[in-house]
Every structure is written in structure tokens, then in C-alpha cells.
Design a protein around this ligand. Structure first.
Ligand code: CP
Length: 331
């Protein structure tokens, strides 16, 4: 990747290619080394002390919000936030475009999480036509995309398979509410960048992936299968990625009628997984991931969560153009 090839907006995972993914993984690894000394952390803190960030999170979030906020602070960037649109002038009838344009008057980057699919793209288009376009990062937009979660998932997979040839050739099993799970869509599209990847989608029929994802993966030549046999799908799997039911998108509590028990990873199921397999979950979890698994060495979800902060530090340095100040090791 040429160092000038950096993203402006981050809206969907299909905007990233393999050279970008390899670069951000290496950049994240390098940045993490700065965490080991006071001097290293002080250096990072000076990189973006001249910039300001806005966190506009009007849909609930714990780890994406806190990891982005922490990433901004690691880089010395002050943050402001709105976590409830009822506390902004949207309550007085201001349009979402005017609200976000207002934020752009005060900050250099806007990180947004919203219930509304496509809203981040809409706002990015709007700001591009103003005299102060600032980058928009999609930190989760309804059921459609969560591209920065997918980046940290790729980073976690990459690290987990470092001594096993990396991500190419691996079998990744994605389980749960695949219809409305934005992490699944974003991750699947990033996995499409790796040679000979095999994806298994496991869900009850009500939660199967949407046609648009099926079509995109087919066009990219990705090998994938869809099944409702969860235990069968664990056989030969290199990474199992569990997800919860996204019932916040229910129209009439329809999720209550769908039995998810057969799509839950229980401690007793670990015998069906390879010894070196990886267990992931974007979190938060409910009953689909047994807490007794937490101490199993294959459980990577707490590490995955922390990786999110460092991957987001790396992404912010790229968007705001200070990544060249991080010297990568010669390979
Ligand atoms: N993985 C994730 O997006 O978690 P939060 O909803 O807590 O941000």
C-alpha cells in the first residue's frame, strides 16, 4: 500500500482491500509497542493533540464508544459526545444533516453510531458538499455495516493465525442472527480479500444472511455454505464467530418465537472444536456463548475487544494523516 492511500470516510468494509488490511494489522502491532513505555505513550499523545473528535452515538454502545474514546485520548485528541439525540437540537426539529454539519464546525472528525441503515453514507455525502467536509467513521449503522468491528476482527484473526499461515485457507464459521448482524456482513466482506477462505453461515432459517451479501460473496468468488447444523459446522472450523439475536430490530417481538438454543456454544461443545481453533464474539453476549468458556485458551473475545482500541488508534492515525510518524519494522 502506498502511504498516501489512506481512507477519508470509513463507511463500509468493502472499501478496504488486502494491502490496506495487511498495512493496518502491521501498523496496529507497531503502535501497541508504544504502550510498553511512558515515553512511547507520551509520543502517541502528541500525534493528534492538534485535532478534535466528536462521538455521536445515538444507539447504545459500550465497547465501540469506549474504545474509540480511548483511542482518541491515546492520540491526544480531545473528544466531545452526544449519546442521546433528545439532548441535542434535533429535539427542537433540527434536521440530522444540520446537526452533523454543526458538529463539523467544531471538530476534525466525527465518529457515529446510529440505528438508521445508510445514515453514515448520507451524512458523509452531505458534508462532502459543504465548505467543511470532515471524515465520518461508521461505528455501526443499523443492521447494515460495522466496518471498524470488522477491522478489529481481522486483526484478531491475523494474530491468532500468525504461526499457521495467516487467514488464507482458513474455515470461518459465523453463527447466530446473520440477517441483522452487521458485524457478520462487514466481516464476511473483509474475509473475501483472503485467498481460499471458506465461510460457513450457521443460523435458524429466520436469521439467514440477506440476498445482497449472498450475491456479493458469489461475485467475489468466495466459497461459502449455509446450514442450520451448528455442531456439524464446528468440525474442521478454524474460527467460530458467535453473535447474539439482534432483537432491537424486531417489529413485533418476533424473536421471542425463535429458539436459538441450538445455535449457542456451550462448554460441552468444545470437544467438537479443533485444539487450535479460535472462539470470537463481537460482544455483548447473552446465552449464545457460555461464560464457562472464558477460561479456555481458545476464547479470544476479551482480547478481541481490547484489540479494538489499538486497531482504532491505527485507523485514526491513517485518516488524519499521521501514520507516517509511526516507523514500521523492516520485514
Ligand atoms: N461490538 C460492539 O459493537 O459492541 P458495542 O455495541 O458495545 O459497541
Amino acid at each position: 500500500m502506498h502511504l498516501d492511500d489512506r481512507p477519508f470516510h470509513v463507511l463500509e468494509s468493502s472499501q478496504f482491500d488486502r494491502p490496506f488490511l495487511d498495512y493496518i494489522c502491521l501498523l496496529t502491532d507497531t503502535i501497541r509497542r508504544f504502550d510498553k513505555s511512558k515515553e512511547g505513550l507520551m509520543y502517541l499523545r502528541g500525534l493528534l493533540a492538534h485535532k478534535r473528535a466528536m462521538l455521536y452515538f445515538t444507539q447504545p454502545s459500550t465497547r465501540t464508544f469506549l474504545s474509540f474514546q480511548s483511542a482518541c485520548h491515546i492520540l491526544g485528541m480531545p473528544t466531545s459526545e452526544i449519546r442521546d439525540s433528545s439532548t441535542s437540537s434535533e429535539r427542537k426539529g433540527e434536521s440530522i444533516e444540520d446537526s452533523l454539519q454543526t458538529f463539523s464546525s467544531y471538530v476534525d472528525i466525527i465518529i457515529m453510531r446510529t440505528q438508521v441503515p445508510g445514515l453514515c453514507n448520507q451524512i458523509a455525502n452531505h458534508l462532502d458538499n459543504t465548505d467543511r467536509p470532515v471524515p465520518i467513521i461508521n461505528a455501526g449503522s443499523g443492521p447494515d455495516e460495522h466496518p471498524t468491528q470488522a477491522l478489529l476482527d481481522i486483526y484478531t484473526l491475523n494474530r491468532s493465525f500468525i504461526r499457521r499461515g495467516g487467514i488464507p485457507g482458513k474455515t470461518i464459521t459465523l453463527v447466530g442472527d446473520l440477517k441483522r448482524g452487521r458485524t457478520v456482513r462487514s466481516l464476511s466482506l473483509l474475509l473475501a480479500n483472503y485467498e481460499d477462505i471458506k465461510i460457513r453461515f450457521v443460523s435458524p432459517k429466520e436469521y439467514r444472511i440477506e440476498d445482497d451479501l449472498r450475491l456479493q460473496l458469489t461475485k467475489k468468488g468466495v466459497q461459502f455454505e449455509e446450514t442450520s447444523d451448528f455442531i456439524g459446522a464446528l468440525d474442521g472450523t478454524d474460527a467460530v464467530y458467535m453473535t447474539r439475536v439482534q432483537d432491537e430490530y424486531d417489529a413485533n417481538n418476533e424473536s421471542a418465537a425463535i429458539n436459538i438454543d441450538n445455535y449457542s456454544l456451550k462448554y460441552e461443545d468444545l470437544c467438537h472444536l479443533k485444539k487450535e481453533a479460535v472462539i470470537m464474539h463481537p460482544l455483548p453476549r447473552r446465552t449464545e456463548l457460555d461464560t464457562r468458556i472464558d477460561k479456555d485458551p481458545r476464547a479470544k473475545y476479551w482480547r478481541q475487544e481490547r484489540n479494538g482500541m489499538w486497531t482504532r488508534v491505527a485507523l485514526l492515525t491513517m485518516i488524519l494523516g499521521v501514520h507516517r510518524n509511526i516507523v514500521l519494522p523492516d520485514l
